[in-house]
Design a protein around this ligand. Structure first.
Ligand code: ZN
Length: 161
């Protein structure tokens, strides 16, 4: 049976239970810690960023190639987009004026304290993304386990054993 591209996309996403939680991409993760979603365009395979795919799909906006999407929640795997910027976890680079709101919101998402990724070296970000993906795939949405998976690769909180 053929499934649509969108069905295939959402089959790789696990959503947190609360409205404000992240929606985590659990498909392919590349070496920069961000996801990869393969689509057919013009008869060719092309990798797209899941958060960009989701953003365009859910907002109906076309995202120019040179416009970066920023993650308000700081989770590279998050694809929680919404036309309402107050709800969306990703937004275009020039919407930074909403930062204050978002800083507040960021502290309460996912039923855990915010996981700060900004400024992490690329290899560490990839390691964290994969640890997070693995945990969610194995155990479902479990904030305590997710935090543990992430802190296991946090240079400020080295693994104890
Ligand atoms: Zn998020």
């Amino acid at each position: 049976m053929l499934i649509s591209e969108q069905e295939r996309f959402w089959s790789h996403v696990i959503k947190g239970p609360a409205d404000n939680d992240c929606w985590l991409w659990v498909g392919a993760v590349s070496d920069d810690g961000y996801g990869r979603f393969w689509v057919q365009r013009g008869g060719k395979q092309r990798a797209v960023r899941p958060q960009r795919y989701s953003y365009e799909l859910l907002t109906g906006l076309a995202l120019p190639r040179d416009v970066l999407l920023l993650h308000d929640c700081d989770i590279p795997l998050c694809v929680h987009a919404d036309i309402d910027l107050a709800r969306s976890h990703v937004w275009e680079g020039d919407h930074r004026k909403n930062m204050l709101d978002r800083e507040q919101k960021g502290r309460t998402v996912n039923g855990a304290t915010a996981w700060r990724w900004r400024g992490l070296p690329r290899a560490l970000r990839a390691e964290r993304s994969r640890a997070l993906r693995q945990t969610v795939l194995e155990h479902g949405w479990d904030p305590a386990l997710m935090s543990a998976a992430l802190s296991g690769t946090d240079p400020e909180h080295p693994r104890l054993f």
